[in-house]
Ligand binder design. Sequence first.
Ligand SMILES: [Cu+2]
Length: 204
Amino acid sequence: MNGARLAVLALACLSVDPVRAADLDVRVTLPVLPAPLPSVVYVEPAAGHFTPRPGATAVVDQINKQFAPQVSVIETGTTVSFPNRDNIRHHVYSFSPAKPFELKLYSGKPSNPVLFDHAGVVTLGCNIHDVMLGYVVVVDTPFHAITDAQGLARIHGLPPGDYHLHAWTPGVHQGEHPVQLVHLGAGADSVQHSDVPAVSDGSH
Ligand SMILES: [Cu+2]
């Protein structure tokens, strides 16, 4: 997809929350739709950073020789378990710098969940089944979502403020989609749209 033009559409909805948090609707557009795999979207403050909230847990199953979900997004500090629901053994590993790890040949639920303590894209594989490929995207923010088949996602409960909207799609090898600045007002309807070229260097 080199040179492909990518667009991220952000639509800030009216708040329905008494504390005036807003939901952010995001559309990730790609040259080929439906995309073979969903995109990850997340926001970080335009200035500063969110306070980490360690202790969350998540699950990535293996079902029919596939990671399920195949793409997931978690906050830094989340512990992920990798239960094997197949009747064959898997050997899950990653060489990604954000979290190199290995769960040696196992069936059922491994006793050692994996702590993801650095932000970045962690590519999952299985030593036995080359066809198995998955992604855990680790982000320094609790505000994240996965797109549906139409490229749509909703990030819930954002306080008013200025954010950087990020999107990442497996197979878009340039790295992330361009970062987009989003302003969320308190109760204001605002629509933002950008159509910008893909960057050549990702932050992950
Ligand atoms: Cu396997």
